[in-house]
Design a protein around this ligand. Structure first.
Ligand SMILES: *Cc1c(COP(=O)(O)O)cnc(C)c1O
Length: 385
């Protein structure tokens, strides 16, 4: 099987340096005392990455496990939970809340714009009796970034805990967990960190831990129960065997991310992508809240997404993202996150898209790759062909 160049909005391209770690000799993580020190050390790096002093855990499972574990561990029968929804991931939280017996109250807002903080404030003035609220930092399917910096402190004014899905946000977009007063911040290995799929990690504030430990009823799951990790370090015990090789890779990916001006690189590339797209006469799906990590571009009339993707894959060996749910076949997604987010990589994709749009008969006003090169050059990036 030949592997294409993965420029999708997660999973992202994995560097050789991270990939090589997967072949390391492996210890038994249950028994080797060094493993507990190693895990703790990786959590420390995640704390720096997420800008938090809160406890951080790494769980063995894809990003979804983190979202479900947070809802499962917090929710007791009849708890009222505010689901802040302006996209597919935002809406998805309702199912998790209900699954564990909670009453989900959905604050639904326009899917083309970032959450309007004033409307949310007005809503909360009328109704604020919630145990916690869920929200999404970056809606990956639509490329919309929400103002978590304003929403979480607002929730705190009402004593509402916050659960923030920053799966595709953190790293590429600023995430200040402590400053923004986020109780549970969630991320995944395969997005901006460009590590293999299979790990989720989260930070837990003191208030979140108190709520989980202080439950009146038992958590209705074993695998999703965050309380099961209590005192893991003291007891040198995890509820299940940790995937040591994936954590080696995550550790290496964190070293790469922490040694770079990550947010700066993401914002330059993202801005250049948006300028190129607009100049070429294409339309960006989002009307506000532009994410640094993914751009969803509306497909011009008559252009078929599968056809476009096929050309990009067969003629250029690149995997480019479509979208899902209500956006399926309506937008093309450029995943400029993590290792993907290097000017030379996105330049290659832009060149492929120039050709693919031409071939599908959608004549662009000007070349995507030329504008992209000019725009990144302004910020001191040189692209060699
Ligand atoms: C990727 C992602 C997740 C994890 O879910 P997938 O199964 O990889 O789709 C969760 N939330 C967001 C916002 C994501 O981008």
């Amino acid at each position: 099987m030949s592997v294409p160049f993965v420029l999708t909005p997660g999973p992202t391209y994995i560097s050789n340096e991270v990939r090589e770690v997967l072949g390391r000799e492996l210890s038994n993580p249950d028994i080797d005392p060094e493993f507990y020190e190693f895990y703790k050390n990786v959590c420390g790096k995640l704390q720096r990455f997420m800008k938090t002093e809160n406890e951080v855990l790494i769980l063995a499972g894809e990003g979804i496990l983190g979202l479900e574990a947070a809802c499962c561990s917090l929710t007791e029968e009849g708890d009222r939970v505010l689901v802040i929804d302006n996209g597919i991931f935002g809406a998805g939280f309702e199912d998790f809340v209900k699954l564990y017996g909670g009453e989900a109250v959905v604050f639904k807002s326009d899917y083309e714009n970032e959450i309007n903080v004033d409307s949310l404030r007005a809503f909360l003035e009328r109704d604020h009796n919630f145990k916690y609220a869920t929200l999404v930092h970056c809606e990956t399917p639509s490329g919309i970034k929400n103002p978590v910096d304003k929403i979480c402190p607002l929730l705190k004014e009402y004593g509402i805990l916050s659960v923030v899905d920053s799966g595709s946000g953190m790293g590429g977009d600023e995430l200040k967990t402590d400053k923004w007063q986020i109780d549970i911040a969630l991320g995944g290995s395969q997005k901006c960190l460009s590590a293999p799929v299979g790990l989720t990690f989260l930070s837990l504030s003191g208030a979140a831990l108190e709520t989980i430990y202080g439950r009146k009823t038992p958590v209705k799951s074993f695998y999703c129960n965050l309380a099961a990790f209590k005192d893991w370090y003291k007891n040198k015990w995890f509820p299940y065997t940790m995937p040591i090789h994936l954590i080696y890779a995550l550790d290496k990916a964190l070293d790469r991310a922490l040694s770079d001006d990550f947010v700066k690189r993401h914002s330059v590339v993202a801005e250049a992508v948006r300028t190129s797209v607009k100049k070429a006469g294409l339309e960006i799906y989002a009307k506000s809240g532009f994410s640094n990590t993914v751009t969803a571009v509306k497909l011009p009339e008559g252009v078929s997404l599968p056809e476009l993707q096929k050309i990009v894959l067969e003629d250029f060996g690149i995997l480019v993202g479509g979208s899902l749910g209500y956006l399926e076949n309506m937008v093309l997604r450029i995943g400029h996150m993590g290792e993907n987010c290097r000017p030379e990589n996105i330049y290659r994709l832009m060149a492929a898209l120039d050709y693919a749009f031409e071939k599908t008969g959608a004549g662009l006003k000007c070349s995507l790759k030329d504008t992209f090169r000019e725009e990144t050059k302004k910020n001191g990036f040189k692209i060699s062909e």
